[in-house]
Design a protein around this ligand. Structure first.
Ligand code: PEP
Ligand code: MN
Length: 339
């Protein structure tokens, strides 16, 4: 159920509605909008009678929400959401670039990558300290030590840090030492983890599972919002298909579909989406053209020596060219590069 308040409703009228929702045993999610406030209700197992609310002063309308996701839907919030990561604004007209190595391998490698992406104009630094690898024998990441290296890279470059968490314990460490929590494709439906991220005060980058539908992605985001964390950025990173010319099939058609259904920002990851260095630039440009709010790109100072995802990592010089191209393209599609 979505309660739409009248434009000029008073603070007391709003409060009375919130109290009534609580008395009924449900959770209220006030969503201030440009012209009026809406209140999402979650926690009800059966439909609520709109008359329960429509008779209260200050209430314009009570709308049953038919979709399995509510708080992430445009029905509930028509305006695009803005997510702040440190000083960086995601979801406005600016296009945001997250870049850095797949994994934190050493202090030298991470600082080198961070300095290179900063100089090229990236806005946020990526790098995994907890790596969910397909094989248990592959490099699993440096864990806490990796997070400390990322924190050092942030101090040296000023770039806020995005890094993956894989369980409750790592969320606690990531929220303390980094700026944004990444939830990876393999964990998109780890509902415990989603709920834990929903109780964090850090923004979340939620990647689409490799065989997840759009509805499934949105319901995973709903888990995070329903716990009270509204700062969620979605990310398309390619799905599994029969096509074998690339690691995954980057589903760029999901971008306008997300924009229609949800107010949440959406990013594209052309690195995991293709798995091949030469394809990263073209698909990053396509992501900008199709309306994505940003891209997340893997960059490594020495990809041949990388402990994970070397073949899809850009060399710093390639990333610099890509940043220049994106900057030239952005105004043509009604955007500006984030400063
Ligand atoms: C990553 O960003 O390094 C990563 C593991 O991505 P994904 O979860 O999309 O595979
Ligand atoms: Mn990777």
């Amino acid at each position: 159920m979505l309660i739409v308040m009248e434009r000029d409703c008073s603070a007391e009228q709003l409060q009375r509605v919130l109290e009534k929702i609580q008395r009924m045993g449900f959770k209220a999610h006030p969503i201030p909008g440009e012209v009026r406030t809406a209140i999402g209700i979650t926690g009800n197992r059966a439909p609520i009678d709109p008359a329960e609310f429509e008779t209260l002063p200050g209430v314009e309308e009570a709308i049953p929400v038919t979709k399995p996701y509510k708080l992430v839907s445009r029905e509930v919030k028509p305006e695009d959401s803005i997510v702040k990561v440190g000083p960086v604004t995601i979801g406005g007209s600016a296009f945001v670039v997250i870049a850095g190595p797949c994994a934190v391998e050493s202090e030298k490698q991470t600082i080198e990558a961070a300095v290179a992406v900063k100089e090229a104009g990236a806005h946020l630094l990526r790098g995994g300290a907890f790596k969910p690898r397909t094989s248990p024998y592959s490099f699993q990441g440096l864990g806490l030590e990796g997070l400390k290296i990322l924190a050092k890279a942030r101090r040296e470059t000023g770039l806020p840090v995005v890094t993956e968490a894989v369980d409750d314990e790592s969320v606690a460490m990531v929220e303390e030492l980094a700026d944004m929590i990444q939830i990876g494709a393999r964990n998109m439906q780890n509902f415990q983890l989603l709920k834990r991220a929903g109780r964090s005060s850090r923004p979340v980058l939620l990647k689409r599972g490799m065989s997840a539908t759009l509805d499934e992605l949105l319901m995973s985001a709903e888990y995070i919002l329903s716990e009270g964390n509204y700062s969620v950025v979605l990310c398309e990173r390619g799905v599994r298909t029969f096509a074998n010319h690339a690691r995954n099939t980057l589903d760029l058609s999901v971008i306008p579909a997300v924009k229609k259904r949800s107010h949440l920002p959406i990013f594209v990851d052309p690195s995991h989406g293709t798995g091949i260095r030469e394809k990263v630039g073209p698909l990053a440009r396509a992501a900008l053209a199709v309306g994505a709010d940003g891209v997340i790109v893997e960059v490594h100072p020495d990809p041949d020596a990388a402990l994970s995802d070397g073949p899809q990592s850009l060399l710093p010089a390639m990333f610099k060219d890509l940043m220049r191209e994106l900057g030239q393209m952005a105004p043509l599609v009604g955007r500006a590069m984030e400063r």
